[in-house]
Design a protein around this ligand. Structure first.
Ligand SMILES: Cc1cc2nc3c(=O)[nH]c(=O)nc-3n(C[C@H](O)[C@H](O)[C@H](O)COP(=O)(O)OP(=O)(O)OC[C@H]3O[C@@H](n4cnc5c(N)ncnc54)[C@H](O)[C@@H]3O)c2cc1C
Length: 399
């Protein structure tokens, strides 16, 4: 089909950008998606590594509440493209989905790669072009998009531009007067000054079935010891509160319950059992059911407070087991985070996701100022805002 419009440029071949491209191409626009990387959807593929959690099956009001302060700004786009629509979309691409025991929705294939392949084929059949290794660096004096490519700079005149990129664009837009809240890691890990012995021995090991507590918040799940700190599902679930506290006061203490299923009385009874000839580690492993990394964590905490585990009374040992303090010294870098908080303020965009200061320029996905926990909420909002920005751009082109 010959398009009545000039090229529509989408920057960023992630879920948001590709969804905008799909909506625009279905409306007859001539779309090119530019991405700085040599292939499309890299983060989407990363998201698929541990099982692609596309969305969540809970009721829509509950679902929308996960976006906290950003909820009023995301409602309309998610209601227009709700979790069921995302599941139907995946199924239309040949990838059936299922609801896991936690209510999370996954493709049956579990991975992102077959879905991405089918999606790129569909976009290709709609006439969408991909221009990879094209890093957008801003606009020139004539308002054309400027790209860095392996063949040197390129300038492209467009009818509309969709931004679904990440990170480095913030300065470019801020220079145009667009208000950007500082980008910060979300669903991220944190740094901990582990001792060398602990780090060398336990790096990469999971603390399973623990409960993490910070202030009034407590989460059950898994945490993983890393070389520089701690990450994993339960840590991500507390990461917004932990991050804000670290920004305020530099350092915070996270408490871990290693046996959250046991109350104090039960734990004291267990640690008071006769040890016989067993080492303390063997005793804690066999009688209390602690893993080597959990015991290492107890030893680390005792050392930090200037004592040894062996010198603790049964009530003190029991209390330590269910409130092990871990000093978090900082936030893991944004590049390691699952998502970002901060971005383009919602006051800067209209109901169609167009930047008020830059007519014809639309923004979607993680570059907008929202954050959400893991559980499929990140992809759902990226897809839904991408689709809304695409529809918005079509409306603008038609008007
Ligand atoms: C390890 C991991 C696991 C995850 N698991 C899940 C999960 O199970 N469920 C879930 O809901 N979410 C998950 N996420 C989050 C999810 O992947 C993101 O929320 C989603 O990819 C955001 O989509 P987006 O299109 O806004 O941005 P992105 O996917 O980051 O896409 C942005 C694109 O823009 C390109 N780009 C950036 N700057 C430029 C530039 N200047 N010029 C040209 N191109 C540029 C990038 O190369 C990239 O391709 C996970 C993330 C990670 C890292």
């Amino acid at each position: 089909m010959t398009s009545p419009y000039k090229i529509i440029a989408i920057i960023g071949a992630g879920p948001a950008g590709l969804m905008a491209a799909e909506a625009l191409a279905q409306g007859g626009a001539d779309v090119t998606v530019y991405d700085a990387m040599p292939s499309a959807g890299r983060k989407f593929l990363m998201a698929g590594r541990g099982g692609l959690n596309l969305t969540h099956s809970e009721a829509l009001p509950q679902f929308l509440a996960r976006y906290r302060e950003a909820m009023p700004h995301l409602n309309a786009s998610i209601e227009a493209f709700p979790p069921q629509a995302l599941r139907d979309w995946s199924e239309a691409l040949g990838l059936e989905t299922f609801v896991g025991s936690s209510g999370r929705v996954f493709p049956k294939a579990f991975k992102a790669s077959p879905l991405l392949r089918a999606w790129l084929r569909r976009l290709d059949s709609l006439g969408v072009k991909l221009a990879l290794r094209h890093r957008w660096t801003g606009w020139d004096e004539q308002g054309r998009l400027r790209f860095q490519t392996p063949d040197g700079p390129q300038f492209i005149e467009t009818g509309a531009t969709g931004l679904g990129s990440d990170g480095a664009w913030a300065e470019t837009l801020a220079a145009k007067g667009v208000q950007i809240s500082p980008l910060r890691p979300a669903n991220s890990g944190f740094t901990v000054a582990w001792s060398e012995i602990f780090r060398d021995r336990f790096e990469g090991q999971p603390l399973k079935g623990v409960a993490l507590a910070f202030g009034a918040h407590s989460v059950r799940g898994e945490a993983v010891v890393t070389r520089t700190g701690i990450e994993g599902g339960a840590v991500y679930a507390l990461s917004a509160e932990l991050r804000e506290a670290i920004v305020r006061s530099g350092q915070v203490t996270l408490h871990v319950a290693l046996r959250p299923d046991l109350d104090m009385k039960g734990l004291i009874a267990k640690v008071s059992a006769p040890k016989g000839k067993q080492s303390l580690s063997n005793f804690l492993r066999k009688t209390v059911g602690l893993s080597p990394v959990a015991i290492g964590l107890l030893q680390e905490a005792a050392k930090t407070s200037g004592t040894s585990l062996a010198s603790l009374s049964p009530p003190d040992l029991a209390s330590l087991i269910n409130t092990v303090p871990i000093g978090l010294t900082g936030i893991a870098p944004i590049a390691r985070a699952i998502s970002t908080a901060g971005g383009i303020a919602f006051s800067e965009i209209d109901a169609d996701f167009m930047l008020r200061r830059l007519p014809g320029v639309f923004a979607a996905g993680e570059m907008l100022d929202w954050e959400a926990p893991t559980g499929g909420y990140l992809l759902q909002a990226s897809f839904a805002t991408g689709a809304a920005a695409g529809r918005g751009a079509l409306k603008w082109l038609n008007s």
